[in-house]
Design a protein around this ligand. Structure first.
Ligand code: DGY
Length: 330
C-alpha cells in the first residue's frame, strides 16, 4: 500500500505532466478540506509569499517542499499563520556532491571549450601544442580548496575531491560559515582529524584571495545574496575556479561575467544562476567559453528524486495530521 493510501488522507494531484498554474494551486488552497500542500522549489507557482499564505484556508497546516532549500518560502509569514514547513535534507547530499565534483573537474579541465571545439568541427584545425586546452591541476602541491558554507553537502564534496588531490602534498581546506563558534578551533580540529587534511574557518577576504577552487554551497539569505561580487572576484587568483551548486543570487552574474571575460578568474561551473530558468542563449555567462552551465540538476538522479518524493509526502502527511514531521524547517 502506498504511503498516501495508508495515511487515510486523500490527495488532489495536479493532472498535467507539467507544473500547475498559480491559479490552480491558489484555488485549491482555499478549499477548507485541504490540510497540506506539496510543492517544488523551481516553478513560479511554488513561491510561498504573502499572496500564497493569504490564499490558504485556516485548516491548512503544512507546506512540504520537494527540495532541501526553502528560500522560495516566507518562513516567518508561514509561522505567523501557524503553517509548518517540511523539506528534504540529507537524501540529496550525495547526488548534489556528485554534480559539484563534476563541475569542478569540467571547469578546471576546460571541458566546455573541448566539447564545443569538437561539435563545431574545429578539432582538426587545432594545432597541437603542449599546453593546448590545459587547465589548472587539481593535484597541484599547494592547492587551496575552499567552501562557502561547510554543511553536509560541502563535506560530501570534500571527501570526494580528496580522491583527486595530491597525497604527498594534501590541499589546505578552508571555509566560511556564518559565525565563528566559541569552540571554533576544536571544531576545525575535528574536521581536520575526520578528513585527514588541515581544515580551518577563515574570513571572507581570505576565502577570496587564497582559493584555487572555491565551491559555493550555502543557503541563500540576505547575508549571502551577492556574496561573490566584483569586489570579491577582484581579490581572487587569476587561476582560480568558482563553482556554484547552491542558489544563483549568491554569485552576482554581471560581476562574474566580467571576471570571466577579463581573465580575473580562470573559470566557473554553475548548476544555478540568477533568473533561472529564463536564461537565454545570449546571456553573457552562457556565451562565456570558460563557464560551464547546467540547468539546476544537482539532485537529478532517479534514486535521489524517489527519496525526495517520499520524504516530501511523509512530511505533508505528518504535518496535515499534526504529527511530528520527519524533516521540518525549524
Ligand atoms: C534543493 O533541493 O534545494 C536543490 O536545489 C536541488 O537541486
Amino acid at each position: 500500500m502506498s504511503i498516501l493510501a495508508s495515511s487515510g488522507l486523500e490527495a488532489i494531484i495536479n493532472p498535467h505532466d507539467a507544473a500547475p498554474s498559480r491559479e490552480w494551486v491558489l484555488g485549491h488552497l482555499a478549499d477548507p478540506e485541504v490540510r497540506g500542500v506539496c510543492l517544488t522549489h523551481s516553478q513560479p507557482s511554488d513561491k510561498v509569499d504573502d499572496e500564497f499564505l493569504k490564499a490558504c484556508n485556516e485548516n491548512l497546516k503544512v507546506v512540504s517542499t520537494f527540495s532541501v532549500g526553502y528560500d522560495h518560502i516566507d518562513i516567518e509569514g508561514a509561522k505567523r499563520r501557524g503553517i509548518k514547513i517540511g523539506h528534504t535534507p540529507g537524501v540529496l547530499s550525495d547526488a548534489v556532491a556528485d554534480i559539484t565534483v563534476m563541475l569542478v573537474l569540467m571547469t578546471l579541465r576546460r571541458v566546455e571549450e573541448g566539447i564545443s571545439l569538437v561539435k563545431s568541427g574545429g578539432w582538426s584545425k587545432l594545432p597541437w601544442a603542449p599546453f593546448i586546452l590545459c587547465g589548472p591541476s587539481i593535484s597541484h602541491p599547494s592547492l587551496v580548496l575552499s567552501f562557502l558554507g561547510f554543511g553536509r553537502i560541502s563535506q560530501h564534496v570534500l571527501s570526494r575531491l580528496l580522491a583527486f588531490t595530491s597525497k604527498i602534498h594534501p590541499p589546505q581546506v578552508q571555509y566560511v560559515s556564518s559565525h565563528a563558534r566559541p569552540n571554533q578551533m576544536e571544531i576545525d580540529q575535528q574536521f581536520s582529524d575526520r578528513f585527514g587534511v588541515k581544515v580551518k574557518r577563515v574570513e571572507r577576504d581570505q576565502l577570496a584571495s587564497e582559493s584555487d577552487i572555491l565551491i559555493v554551497l550555502c543557503d541563500l539569505n540576505p547575508s549571502t545574496k551577492d556574496y561573490v561580487n566584483s569586489e570579491f572576484l577582484g581579490k581572487m587568483k587569476r587561476t582560480a575556479v568558482l563553482v556554484n551548486a547552491a542558489r544563483g543570487p549568491i554569485v552576482n552574474s554581471d560581476d562574474l561575467a566580467h571576471a570571466l571575460s577579463t581573465g580575473q578568474i580562470f573559470g566557473a561551473g554553475l548548476d544555478v544562476i540568477t533568473g533561472e530558468p529564463d536564461i537565454s542563449s545570449d546571456h553573457p555567462l552562457v556565451k562565456a567559453q570558460n563557464c560551464v552551465i547546467i540547468p539546476h540538476m544537482g539532485s537529478a538522479d532517479v534514486d535521489t528524486r524517489k527519496a525526495m518524493a517520499e520524504l516530501c509526502v511523509r512530511n505533508a502527511i505528518a504535518g496535515a495530521k499534526g504529527d511530528p514531521m520527519p524533516a521540518m524547517v525549524q
